[in-house]
Design a protein around this ligand. Structure first.
Ligand code: NDP
Length: 330
């Protein structure tokens, strides 16, 4: 059995040398416990924060210890009354081949109608982040104009499509022509910006949003946030989901130079963490399943094969050309 440990804390962009793949014994389940063989694991931008020392909203990874994160696996041995051999489960013991649990925080999942991996993407916390962030935090109203950054990513691609379902005009930003083509052809956005090819985000938005922006779903921060603030309509809402452009900075960049505009425009800017909104889970699961069945939501997964390649999959979140949700098959 193998596990991936944090070998050293990155300075700037993470590299493979920050990780170490180690052989360990397969853990043995005792009474009231079960053993899981992982099949899928998730790599997520928030894990970069956990590679730093010091508290963020989740505790940091410990040096020399196995990392963790969302995973889907199959129960291969059980001495627990509620979990049987063959059950598929969703847990948080990623970055390893096997794990033992007493069932706390572990959920059985039904893989008969949807692929197991979707519980780590569209039907999992990723999809729910899009749902809660756009509808509850962004308080989206039908027919508004929405701007979404990192729009071809796991969360962003779902945000774009929920906004289209709600009859909104959607402007998306992403980092390659291939991603822009996907956003227009598959996600159905109304206009898209390849931020690597424009002089400024604000200039591009001026052209594409003549009537302003009502909701900005921020995954990126930095110049995307500054550009959005320039073009927000009065009483607009900014749902602050992530600010990935700064995650590898050793020294945080100064904030948007135009922040004063939130006063005159009476903007509401609100950060949120998806785990605080579990009361939305039932609504989310029901609506998302309906949208998927109706063909209104499509999603992409970029799959990396092999636990040993999980560091590459993680690094690709910051510099790669992955589409949709980044996952690893184990
Ligand atoms: P993504 O699948 O969107 O992957 C990250 C993407 O961000 C990349 O594919 C890349 O796309 C883009 N990106 C990377 N670096 C930069 C940069 N410097 N400037 C602009 N774009 C960049 O990840 P997720 O969908 O999982 O997460 C999206 C955001 O949501 C993250 O900020 C994450 O931290 C946050 N998040 C927050 C949650 C919450 O509860 N608040 C829960 C889940 C995620 P491109 O090629 O377009 O640049």
């Amino acid at each position: 059995s193998r596990e991936v440990r944090l070998k050293s804390r990155p300075s700037g962009m993470p590299t493979k040398s920050n990780f170490e793949v180690v052989e360990v014994d397969i853990p043995q389940p005792g009474d009231g416990e079960f053993l899981v063989k992982n099949e899928w694991m998730s790599v997520d931008p928030y894990m970069r924060g956990r590679m730093r020392e010091g508290e963020s909203y989740v505790p940091p990874f410990a040096l020399g210890k196995v990392m963790d994160g969302g995973c889907v696996g199959r129960v291969v041995e059980s001495h627990h009354p509620d979990f049987s051999e063959g059950d598929y489960v969703l847990g948080s013991a990623g970055w390893r081949d096997h794990w033992v649990s007493q069932g706390e925080g572990v959920r059985k999942i039904d893989v008969s109608k949807v692929p197991a991996s979707s519980y780590l993407s569209v039907l999992g916390l990723t999809g729910m982040t899009a749902y809660v962030g756009l509808l509850k935090i962004g308080a989206l109203k039908d027919g508004e104009t929405v701007f979404v950054s990192a729009a071809s990513g796991a969360v962003g691609s779902i945000v774009c499509q929920i906004a289209k379902i709600k009859g909104c005009r959607v402007i998306a930003s992403s980092g390659s022509d291939e991603k822009i083509a996907w956003l227009k052809d598959k996600a159905g956005v109304d206009a898209a910006i390849n931020y690597r090819n424009v002089d400024s985000i604000s200039g591009a938005l001026e052209e594409l949003c003549p009537d302003g922006i009502d909701v900005y779903f921020d995954n990126v921060g930095g110049d995307h946030l500054e550009g959005a603030i320039d073009h927000m309509n009065d009483f607009g809402r900014i749902a602050c989901c992530g600010m990935i452009s700064g995650y590898n900075d050793e020294h945080p960049e100064p904030g948007p130079a135009n922040l004063f505009k939130i006063i005159g425009k009476r903007l509401r800017m609100q950060g949120f963490i998806v785990r605080d909104h579990q009361d939305q889970e039932e609504n989310f699961a029901r609506e998302m399943s309906e949208w998927i069945q109706a063909g209104d939501i499509v999603w992409e997964e970029t799959v990396t094969e092999g636990l040993e390649n999980s560091p590459d999959a993680f690094i690709s979140l910051f510099e790669g050309d992955k589409m949709g949700k980044a996952l690893v098959t184990i």
